[in-house]
Design a protein around this ligand. Structure first.
Ligand SMILES: NC(=O)c1ccc[n+]([C@@H]2O[C@H](COP(=O)([O-])OP(=O)(O)OC[C@H]3O[C@@H](n4cnc5c(N)ncnc54)[C@H](OP(=O)(O)O)[C@@H]3O)[C@@H](O)[C@H]2O)c1
Length: 310
C-alpha cells in the first residue's frame, strides 16, 4: 500500500470522501442509491486498504458520520477518520464547539477523532484564536488527535499555523479543491506555503465531481445539482473533449481508467486525493489509483492540457 504521513500516522495515499453518504441536497442519496451501496463502498474501500475516510458534521445533517460510525464499528482494523466543524455565523461561544466535537464523537462511535478540520474560514462571532484555542484544548483532552483546516488561503493557513504552534499543537492539513480542472493552489501560494510549513494538502473533488471519469456526455448528464454546473452542460463538455481524449489515451497506455489517471496526477503533485464513492465499484476503482505512477512525460502532457486552470 502506497502511504503518506499525517502527523506521526501513516495513512493510505488515497482517502475516501463520504459527502455522498446521506446527502440529498447536492447528491441524490435515497433516490438512486442508498445504504446498501454506500456500505459496499465502505467494505470495498477497507478491503482494498483504503482506511482513510473524510466526513463532516454537515454531510447529510450528520448522516454521513452516523453511517461511517455504524460501518466502522464492525471492522477489526484501525481506520483514520477525518471530520469537520462548520463555523456557521450563528454559532458563538466555546460551549457550542465543545458540543459539536462531542456530537461528532457520538455519531462516529469513537473516543477520539483522528483529524478534526475547520470546514471553512468563517470567523464572525467566534474569533479564529478562540476557535483554535478550544480545538487545541480538545487535543490536549484526548478528544482529537490532529487538527486541520479546509478552504484556507495561504495567509489564513500561516496565521492558523502560528496560533496553534504557540499553543503547542501542530496544524497538519489544509483540505482544498484540487484536481486537473481546479489548479489554483499551484499559483496562489497555498501549495508552496503548505510545503514550507509541513502541512499536508488533502484534495477534495479530485475527480471534479465525476467529470474527470470521462463518463458524462450530452446524452448522459449527471443527476442532481451538478446539472446546474456549466462544466457538465453541452458547451462545458464540448470544451473538455481534448482533455478527455488525453486522459483516455494515457489510461489505455497505463492499463488504467481516466479516473485513476486523474487521481494519480493529484498524488504525483504531493496531495492526498479523497474521491467521493457512492458504491462498491467506484471505491474499488479509486483504490486502483495506487501502486503505479504516471511518467514524467504524461505528467507534463496533463499539466500542459490543464494550464488554463492554474
Ligand atoms: N472541505 C470541503 O469544503 C469539501 C467540499 C467538497 C467535497 N469535500 C470532500 O471531498 C470528497 C470528494 O469530493 P466530491 O465528492 O465533491 O467530488 P469527487 O470526488 O471529485 O467526485 C465524486 C463523484 O464522482 C463519481 N465517481 C467517483 N468515483 C468514481 C469512479 N471510480 N467511476 C465513476 N464515477 C465516480 C461519483 O458520482 P456519480 O457517480 O454521480 O458521477 C462521486 O459521487 C467529498 O466526498 C467530501 O468528503 C470537501
Amino acid at each position: 500500500m502506497q502511504t503518506v504521513t499525517i502527523g506521526s500516522d501513516t495513512i493510505p495515499a488515497v482517502g475516501v470522501g463520504t459527502w455522498q453518504w446521506g446527502d440529498n441536497l447536492f447528491w441524490t442519496y435515497g433516490k438512486d442509491y442508498g445504504v446498501p451501496q454506500v456500505k459496499a463502498a465502505f467494505d470495498n474501500a477497507v478491503a482494498a486498504g483504503l482506511t482513510f475516510f473524510d466526513t463532516a458534521e454537515i454531510y447529510g445533517n450528520g448522516e454521513s458520520e452516523r453511517l461511517l460510525g455504524e460501518f466502522s464499528r464492525r471492522v477489526n482494523r484501525p481506520l483514520f477518520i477525518a471530520t469537520k466543524y462548520f463555523p456557521f455565523p450563528w454559532r458563538f461561544g466555546t460551549a457550542v464547539i465543545e458540543k459539536a466535537i462531542d456530537n461528532s464523537l457520538a455519531r462516529l462511535q469513537v473516543k477520539r477523532i483522528d483529524l478534526y478540520q475547520i470546514h471553512w474560514p468563517l470567523h464572525l462571532l467566534i474569533p479564529e484564536k478562540t476557535l483554535l484555542k478550544t480545538l487545541a484544548k480538545a487535543v490536549k483532552e484526548g478528544k482529537i488527535k490532529y487538527l486541520g483546516v479546509s478552504n484556507y488561503s495561504a495567509s489564513q493557513m500561516r496565521t492558523a499555523h502560528k496560533i496553534l504552534a504557540d499553543l503547542g499543537v501542530p496544524l497538519v492539513s489544509n483540505q482544498v479543491n484540487y484536481s486537473l480542472l481546479v489548479r489554483k493552489i499551484e499559483s496562489n501560494g497555498v501549495l508552496d506555503a503548505a510545503q514550507e510549513l509541513g502541512i499536508k494538502i488533502i484534495a477534495y473533488s479530485p475527480l471534479a465531481q465525476g467529470l474527470l471519469t470521462c463518463k458524462y456526455k450530452n446524452t448522459n448528464p449527471p443527476k442532481g445539482a451538478r446539472q446546474l454546473d456549466g462544466r457538465f452542460g453541452p458547451k462545458g463538455l464540448d470544451q473538455l473533449q481534448p482533455l478527455f481524449r488525453l486522459l483516455q489515451d494515457i489510461a489505455n497506455q497505463q492499463g488504467r481508467t481516466p479516473a485513476q489517471v486523474a487521481l494519480n496526477w493529484v498524488i504525483r503533485k504531493g496531495a492526498i486525493p479523497i474521491p467521493g464513492a457512492k458504491n462498491g465499484d467506484q471505491a474499488l476503482q479509486n483504490a486502483g489509483a495506487l501502486g503505479w505512477e504516471l511518467t514524467d512525460v504524461e505528467m507534463a502532457q496533463l499539466d500542459r492540457a490543464t494550464g488554463s486552470y492554474l
